[in-house]
Design a protein around this ligand. Structure first.
Ligand code: PEP
Ligand code: MN
Length: 343
């Protein structure tokens, strides 16, 4: 990190900063200018808060040069992380398609959707049973009653399950019953939850908070990695901007930025990032063209009667069209869709 001293900082203030640098096992490199003295503090700085130096008398500014995330960074691991999800893999050459309803609503709704998305080419099934809803009066999900239904859908289709976790109390039951734990946008900085899923070896789909920076997303991933769980999949799901024509604004930039900063797989959710089914296909294609390792898409057989997110849910035939189109884009990018496993 770089520490810039104020003009007129005294020798005693400079000595005090140097003491702190040594106390943190860093090596100082001094550059004394006419107005400013700049100190380069070299060493393993990722675990050192810059505030430790900002508070010192005589310090004008402190700037971090290396990334504050370490385990997530390409500096530590230059090659892409690839890891298994119940017979599939994520993060390699192939593009993973996760699809299914926003919420598990009923047996018929889930089984019909699961079969339809599998036929269309999905590799994994999504479906929330614990739903984080803005209003306490909205459908909150079936809770543990949904477990039997998702088990049946997995047995019927062979599709691994991606299910949202909203509380540390659910870690045990979901780890036993699903294949990927989804940490949603609203819980991206629920540090207790991140640490708890970091103590498992379950793949975790970590969605970007709606007002979180890319660095904050990577620091959230770092909590899981630092807990000993290397299986983190990042997901861009749109951020809040001044634009109101769509539910969120897809930060398509996040895809190449994340691919450059981290070795972790990157998925994009075109459903929550647009909020309208009409735009989902276009954004899905853009995501694959930008280098995403997969997509997570909401599909419902009867969106008009969906209990959550009907407006952004694709009918199965529209999802099948999306799969054909992203397959073509994948080919242009020198990649291919993950083949659908036969039962
Ligand atoms: C969801 O996937 O249904 C969901 C709630 O997503 P997000 O956390 O991105 O809002
Ligand atoms: Mn949803």
């Amino acid at each position: 990190m770089m520490i810039v001293m104020k003009p007129g900082a005294t020798q005693a203030q400079l000595d005090h900063v140097l003491e702190h640098i040594h106390a943190n096992s860093l090596t100082p490199h001094l550059s004394v200018g006419e107005d400013h003295t700049v100190i380069g503090a070299v060493g393993d700085t990722h675990a050192i808060a810059i505030e430790l130096f900002e508070v010192l008398d005589g310090v004008a500014a402190v700037k971090r040069i290396s990334q504050p995330f370490k385990l997530a960074s390409r500096t530590l691991q230059p090659f892409d992380s690839v890891f298994p999800i119940n017979g599939l893999s994520v993060g390699g050459e192939e593009i993973l398609l996760v699809a299914g309803p926003c919420s598990v609503e009923s047996r018929s709704q889930l089984l019909e959707t699961a079969q339809a998305v599998k036929e269309a080419g999905a590799n994994a099934l999504r479906g929330g049973i614990f739903k984080p809803r803005t209003s306490p009066y909205s459908f909150q999900g079936l809770g543990e009653q949904g477990l039997e239904l998702i088990a049946e859908a997995r047995a019927l289709t062979g599709l691994p399950l991606v299910v949202e976790i909203t509380s540390i109390n659910q870690v045990e039951v979901l780890s036993k019953n699903v294949d990927v734990l989804q940490v949603g946008a609203r819980n991206m900085q629920n540090f207790a939850l991140l640490s708890e899923v970091g103590r498992t070896q379950m793949p975790v789909l970590l969605k970007r908070g709606m007002s979180a920076t890319i660095e904050e997303l990577l620091m959230a991933a770092e909590y899981i990695l630092a807990g000993g769980n290397p299986r983190v999949i990042l997901c861009e799901r749109g951020i809040r901007t001044f634009e109101t024509a769509t539910r969120n604004t897809t930060d398509i930039n996040a895809v190449p930025v994340l691919k450059s900063l981290t070795h972790l797989p990157v998925l994009l959710d075109p459903s929550h990032s647009t909020g309208h089914w009409e735009y989902v296909g276009a954004v899905a294609r853009a995501a694959v063209a930008a280098g995403a390792d997969g997509l997570i898409v909401e599909v419902h057989p009867d969106p008009e009667h969906a209990l959550s997110d009907g407006r952004q849910s694709l009918r199965p035939e529209k999802f099948a069209e999306l799969v054909r189109q992203v397959g073509q884009i994948a080919g242009v990018m020198g990649r291919k869709l993950t083949p659908v496993t036969k039962l």
